[in-house]
Design a protein around this ligand. Sequence first.
Ligand SMILES: C[S@@+](CC[C@H](N)C(=O)[O-])C[C@H]1O[C@@H](n2cnc3c(N)ncnc32)[C@H](O)[C@@H]1O
Length: 335
Amino acid sequence: MAAVRVEKRRAKEVLEILKERNLLDGRRKPIREGDYVFFPVTNGELARSLGLDVINVELPMRPERQIYKNLTDLLPGDIVEGLGRLDVIGDIAVITIPEELMDRVDVIAQAIRKLYPQVKVIARRGFHEGKYRVRRLEVIWGEDRLETIHKENGVLIKVDLASVFFNPRMKGERYRIAQLVRDGEKILLPFAGVLPYALVIARMRKVKITAVELNPRAVELAYENIELNKRWLKGEIEVIQGDVFKVLPELPEFDRVVSPTPKGVDALSLTLSKAKSYLHYYDFVHEDEIEAFKERIIRECRRQGKECSVRVKRIADYKPHVYKVCADVEVKQNR
Ligand SMILES: C[S@@+](CC[C@H](N)C(=O)[O-])C[C@H]1O[C@@H](n2cnc3c(N)ncnc32)[C@H](O)[C@@H]1O
């Protein structure tokens, strides 16, 4: 089988050339022997035409599941460094590609397809926009659609990325919240989207959830998602379409409120006023402001005549020095 033999000191440089030309054979492992490294290649003739020393040698096969671990295994360094994060939502891959790499889209798409053969659509990520927090996405490869069904924490979540918000990276956080919930609780979920939090909680606990969402397309998908998952949901979910700031004042208190608050919206006072025992309040906070954020919540508790303990947890990086955080507020006593 064809392999390129190269002196160790030139190994990195040659590896980059092989990746650049898509010549590296990911199914076999490179090996080191003495002062040389042997890289498996898919086309010996082509490698030779680049002036490389091609020989015939048996190299060990990689176990099937280890073929490619990430894009670094498949793309040259200059491309990998320029790319932003890659998420796979159902059968749609979403990736951040800067303008200067747009002429390399074919190579990038090819690498993503090798890494995730189940992917049918690749979309380039833009920014979240508008009050529904929808991301601008552009299909750069595959079927022309942005609808898919994503699996997470034992539930199916139908999304339409062209018109609703969805973040697959909150999977662990949704699991954490669901673990805190006890059977029998009544839970309020403002800013519910297509119901990822509600579904994961209802999958694990026998609870009653009231979800509030403004975006009509998200509400449509929320109903579809309840239907899709109804066989394995222990809890019940009621969906109210409307503005949190108009709907919540009409609702009673709940044992627990989970507020995946959209960026730039202040719903602290309102959501806290509906929490009998617990509030999980998400926000975006600069690292220097975390203590001030916590104190603000404690002040709001006092103002509402509640005695609370507050823990602020960093959930994800948002931008340098700014984090998505969750304040876990326990209402110890209503005075
Ligand atoms: C950050 S997203 C969270 C969605 C969902 N909980 C999730 O985790 O995927 C915020 C959601 O709040 C909705 N929204 C924004 N303003 C709203 C309002 N005033 N009343 C109700 N929903 C609102 C948006 O449409 C969006 O679905």
